[in-house]
Design a protein around this ligand. Structure first.
Ligand SMILES: Cc1cc2nc3c(=O)[nH]c(=O)nc-3n(C[C@H](O)[C@H](O)[C@H](O)COP(=O)(O)OP(=O)(O)OC[C@H]3O[C@@H](n4cnc5c(N)ncnc54)[C@H](O)[C@@H]3O)c2cc1C
Length: 509
């Protein structure tokens, strides 16, 4: 059993950090005297917990929210917010290096100011932390308790020696990074999302283990800051869940960025020699050793189920898959629900948010909202971005659904050409013989923004035929979606229709 990375590193204590701390874990905080019984007790104040607590309190419920570390959870503190902040700066550096392609000159050498990059990230994180602050929660009427929650039965739990009784409870304890079982890794020291954003110096040479979203996003960002970056992935392609052509475009983009890509590669041993980390890699039975200054792991997430005493509450769980829930997000104890990373396959902030809303309706208002009814998009924020919603072709085939796909390469889209952002495509799958959208993959600089239009269409039951009637502002990259819809419309022009139209035009000439 690998040990968790217990790095105690913290971000430098500057004004931004003090503001964030004051918002998400104020010094000198005293837990309130608990109510006799709460309508809803929420464990974990990440996205899922905060959304549920605010929504339930706004609807008049008596709510307690318990957090053992920092309000805002992973997304604010060590996830989406800091990663997207540094990715933005890394894009700027990449663009500056290619300034001549845009008809611009950068006088002198481009020098990366890594401390300034991280300082910008910290000030953005501090600003966004205001929305997750203890002040906002208490103003909304939520009782906030800091400490680790532990069930003391089917209707009660304890935090910091105090017992809270509940009518309903929601477990939203999130997940933590998986530590790959690699001999020597723990002893050598390594980075995860929990400490990488505390770095004050750029690692000169970086090995990223894992080619999922986190590994890909951060490998590209650090490479663009100037770290000599190697990414090692045990699978034959990055982002194994995505369509192969999407992942291939990403591999090409990495190569252009100068990242050393090692696919089909296992990391088998780490040792420290002369102040550097020597890492043994095995690719297709070929063994090699690389010397690096830092190792970042991004090999998956493990749900936070430890220490909750779930047995006492009669809540069934699995160490790998987390809390077991039904389609209504109810656990094996009908009073207790779960939301977010601790129980969901799709571990994203927007799914944590959406699942928390389902819990509030189902737990407090006799709702029957189903998790399976959600249409969930996602995006990996590399350059280009890779976004997806709905079914992949292989999933449709597994369900015996025939699929027709309309693909528009971004190099056919005027705005993408003008912006010099031509890598990628929009691919929309419909059910054969209909215009019903089953799913879409978008690879484009702004794929995360573009996928929302397709998601809206799917949720509202709008088919490609209607999307073809939507006027898209010119020139925008979103026009690629309209072009895919136009391509669908062309397929409706059967030879009979074409013949009839031709005759009509001849007759009316
Ligand atoms: C580097 C990185 C980048 C990411 N980028 C994106 C992105 O761009 N877009 C996106 O959608 N998603 C992204 N994610 C995923 C996203 O951060 C998570 O899906 C989201 O934070 C899950 O929210 P949650 O509320 O379920 O859990 P969390 O945010 O993990 O919150 C759970 C909270 O519960 C607390 N807790 C745990 N146990 C207890 C206990 N016993 N008692 C009290 N409190 C407890 C924890 O301290 C934590 O604060 C990213 C993740 C990482 C790591």
């Amino acid at each position: 059993m690998p040990t968790r990375n217990n790095s105690t590193s913290t971000a430098p204590s500057d004004t931004a950090e003090r503001e964030r701390r004051n918002n998400v874990r104020p010094d000198g905080w005293h837990n309130p005297v608990p109510a006799a019984r709460y309508s809803l007790v929420v464990i974990g104040a990440g996205t899922a917990g905060l959304v549920a607590a605010h929504a339930a309190a706004a609807l008049g419920a008596k709510v307690a929210l318990i957090e053992r570390h920092l309000l805002g959870g992973d997304c604010l503190n060590v996830g989406c917010v800091p990663s997207k902040a540094i990715i933005r700066t890394s894009r700027l550096y990449a663009e500056m290096r290619h300034a001549t392609q845009y008809g611009a000159q950068i006088p002198g050498d481009i020098r990366v100011d890594f401390p300034a990059v991280m300082q910008r990230m910290r000030s953005i994180r501090a600003r966004i932390s205001r929305a997750d602050s203890v002040r906002r929660l208490t103003a909304a009427g939520v009782d906030v308790f800091f400490g680790a929650a532990r069930f003391a039965g089917t209707e009660a739990l304890t935090v910091d020696g105090t017992t809270l009784r509940f009518k309903k409870a929601m477990i939203a304890t999130g997940s933590h990074p998986d530590t790959p079982s690699i001999p020597g890794l723990v002893e050598a020291g390594y980075l995860t999302n929990e400490n990488v954003f505390n770095l004050t110096e750029l690692p000169r040479r970086l090995l990223v283990i894992g080619g999922g979203p986190l590994g890909c996003e951060l490998a590209q960002a650090f490479s663009r800051f100037g770290s000599k970056t190697i990414i090692a992935q045990s699978w034959p392609l990055f982002l194994p869940r995505e369509e192969r052509d999407a992942a291939q475009i990403l591999s090409d983009a990495f190569a252009r960025d100068g990242i050393e890509v090692r696919l089909n590669t296992r990391t088998v041993n780490v040792r420290v020699e002369g102040g550097q980390k020597l890492v043994d890699l095995v690719s297709d039975d070929h063994k090699s050793t690389v010397a690096v200054d830092a190792i970042l792991t991004g090999t998956g997430r493990v749900p936070n189920v430890e220490g909750l005493n779930l047995e006492a509450a009669g809540v069934h769980y699995d160490a790998d898959d987390g809390i077991r829930v039904n389609d209504f997000l109810q656990t094996s104890n009908r009073r207790i629900y779960a939301a977010g990373d601790v129980c969901l396959e799709h571990k994203f902030t927007h799914t944590a948010d959406a699942s928390a809303r389902i819990v509030v309706r189902n737990a407090l208002f006799l709702g029957r909202q189903r998790l399976s009814a959600l249409t969930i998009p996602w995006c990996t924020y590399t350059d280009p971005e890779i976004a997806h919603v709905g079914l992949y072709v292989r999933q449709a085939h597994n369900k015996d659904i025939s699929v027709k796909t309309f693909t528009i390469p971004m190099h056919d889209v005027d705005r993408a050409i003008a912006d010099g952002e031509e890598a990628g495509f929009v691919k929309i799958h419909v059910k054969e013989g209909t215009d019903r959208i089953l799913g879409a993959t978008i690879v484009a600089r702004h794929a995360g923004e573009m996928i929302n239009e397709v998601t809206l269409a799917m949720v509202a039951g709008i088919g490609l035929r209607t999307l073809a009637r939507v006027i898209h502002a010119y020139p925008t990259q979103g026009e690629a979606i309209k072009k895919a819809a136009d391509a669908y419309n062309l397929t409706r022009l059967t030879s009979l229709v074409k013949k009839l139209m031709h005759r009509w035009l001849v007759w009316t000439r």
